[in-house]
Write a protein that binds this ligand. Structure first.
Ligand code: GLC
Length: 538
């Protein structure tokens, strides 16, 4: 496997809005990111992925861009951006931006022009139809909205304020490429490319057996034939001309398709975020916690990638509840389960991503009332469920499980006023557990989750085997133990994570040196609840 800087990196995702506010308006900003760079450097991360900071009306917290070359008011100015970037680079770190190019805000000047009249030169930059298809949008409700002025419908796969660009139009593609190059020339080191497998659509109706007005249409708008041609052009016109790293957000891509996405030979991105593993161990009411299924999926990705491709490794992001609350046990085994889950994913082959707050074990928000939620997807879901007559209690139960706001509560820096996040009123409530669950409380505690992350990062960097070695699942009796080896030259390592609160009989076959553990006392012949260990095998 070719050695490259981004394969050896650890990337930290900053949900800028909730990271650190310096202006007192309750919204995290770029100066806040700059202020916390020493913290990130001490943690050991090499690269930051910054969630959208472009000019935006913030219907979907920046995933609705109204100017790709400017900064949203709440987050500061372009001078603040330059200053932050300089701070990142001067520490030897790198920055990747979130690139939202499937859609723009309905306030983007392109769309304002496009909707101004049917014969406007930008009319065709978006998708207009006399007769809409029967698709449902990803955030609920119809995927088309009627514009009375020009008497046509426009397409939006997300909210009606996130308008799909018409990628069939070469002028649109050229404008996007120019913008991407503009940021690269400004000095950014790569991109996380948002919702990238929706660029191509098949504009036909979904079969509608139930007679519903709108039906989910993922297959008409996801990984549609012809998508890879768009992605190839995007790569060749932009990323491929520079030494930058790219990660595509690629919903519904399975391990068997990874070659066309990420192989060194034909991949369009360096890595993708596939959802398969996370979705298999879901947060939905009916999906079980199922370590066996998760093992199988991760294993398929590891095997299919080995030797031909690289990929991202992640457990959390801004769209998912906190894993310590869903996959782990945020009560009796909060520290143990956060660290066992960390150990499980961190040492596979790939580039690990850490989502802000994951490194201190932040948990789901205990929001009881709908008025506490801010996320447009959650609020839309609530509205549409109510329209369908679902009882409020049932809706709330579901929201408490799946809401994206769980990951969006402010970063918990200390136990002081507003958790050290802001001097003002946070845009979304703090998780009340900030009084004991915060960076300050964990910083100097060698047993803390934060210290465990630091040790994991240092260990990964100290050894080529954990970077470039092959990965093999290891046989263990207990189904809830995730064990795998990494092997490189003469070095072999074993990673064992017990992902349940039972005990489990297990002993190391042969001899090995224990390099990392999340329990202080190691019991021979047995793994304790949520125990994780890393061995260098003899
Ligand atoms: C991606 C983002 C999500 C956003 C959506 C629409 O899935 O991660 O936060 O809402 O795209 O841009």
């Amino acid at each position: 496997m070719k050695k490259t800087w981004w394969k050896e990196a650890v990337i930290y995702q900053v949900y800028t809005r909730s990271f650190k506010d310096t202006s007192g308006d309750g919204v995290g900003d770029l100066n806040g990111v700059a202020e916390k760079l020493d913290y990130l450097q001490e943690l050991g991360v090499d690269m930051l992925w910054l969630c959208p900071m472009y000019k935006s009306p913030n219907v979907d917290n920046g995933y609705d861009v109204s100017d790709y070359r400017d900064i949203m008011d709440e987050m500061g100015t372009m001078a603040d951006f330059d200053n932050m970037l300089e701070g990142i680079h001067s520490r030897g770190m790198k920055l990747i931006l979130d690139l939202v190019i499937n859609h723009t805000s309905d306030q983007h000047p392109w769309f304002l022009e496009s909707k101004s009249s049917r014969d406007n030169p930008k009319r065709d930059w978006y998708v207009w139809r006399d007769k809409p298809t029967n698709w449902e949008s990803i955030f609920g409700g119809p995927a088309w909205t009627y514009d009375p002025k020009t008497d046509q419908y426009y397409l939006h796969l997300y909210t009606k304020n996130q308008v799909d660009l018409n990628w069939e139009n070469p002028e649109v593609r050229r404008s996007i490429y120019d913008m991407v190059i503009w940021w690269i020339e400004k000095g950014v080191d790569g991109f996380r490319v948002d919702a990238i497998n929706h660029l191509k659509k098949d504009y036909t109706d979904m079969p509608n057996p139930e007679g519903e007005n709108y039906v989910p249409a993922w297959e008409k708008m996801t990984n549609v034939e012809g998508l890879q041609e768009f992605l190839t052009e995007l790569r060749d016109e932009t990323f491929a001309r520079y030494d930058v790293v790219t990660v595509g957000e690629a919903n519904s891509v399975k391990a068997e398709h990874l070659a066309e996405w990420i192989s060194e030979e034909e991949g369009k991105f360096n890595m993708i975020f596939s959802f398969e593993a996370l979705e298999s161990w879901n947060t939905d009411q009916d999906a079980d916690r199922n370590v066996v299924r998760v093992k199988k999926i991760f294993d398929q990705w590891q095997k299919k990638a080995h030797g031909i491709a690289w990929n991202s490794l992640y457990l959390e992001n801004h769209d998912r509840p906190r894993t310590v609350s869903t996959w782990g046990n945020d009560k009796e085994y909060w520290r143990e389960s956060a660290t066992a889950l960390a150990c499980m994913y961190f040492f596979m082959q790939g580039t690990p991503f850490i989502y802000q707050g994951q490194e201190i074990g932040m948990t789901n928000a205990p929001f009881e009332d709908i008025s506490m939620y801010r996320d447009v997807e959650t609020l839309n879901f609530c509205r549409y469920q109510q329209l369908q007559g679902v009882p409020v209690d049932e809706i709330m139960e579901k929201i408490k499980k799946i809401s994206r706001d769980h990951a969006r509560t402010p970063m918990q820096w200390n136990s002081g006023r507003k958790a050290g996040f802001t001097e003002g009123q946070p845009w979304i409530s703090l998780n009340p557990n900030y009084t004991w669950l915060n960076v300050e409380a964990q910083k100097n505690d060698g047993r803390s989750i934060l210290s465990f992350y630091k040790k994991m990062i240092a260990l990964r960097k100290s050894c080529e085997c954990l970077l470039y070695g092959s990965t093999e699942l290891a046989e263990v009796n207990c189904p809830d133990v995730y064990a795998y080896t990494r092997e490189y030259g003469n070095t072999k390592m074993l990673i064992v994570s017990h992902l349940d609160s039972d005990g489990c009989s297990w002993s190391l076959k042969g001899k090995g040196q224990l390099l990392l553990a999340n329990h202080e006392e190691i019991t021979e012949g047995r793994l304790q609840p949520y125990e994780a260990r890393v061995y260098l095998l003899d």
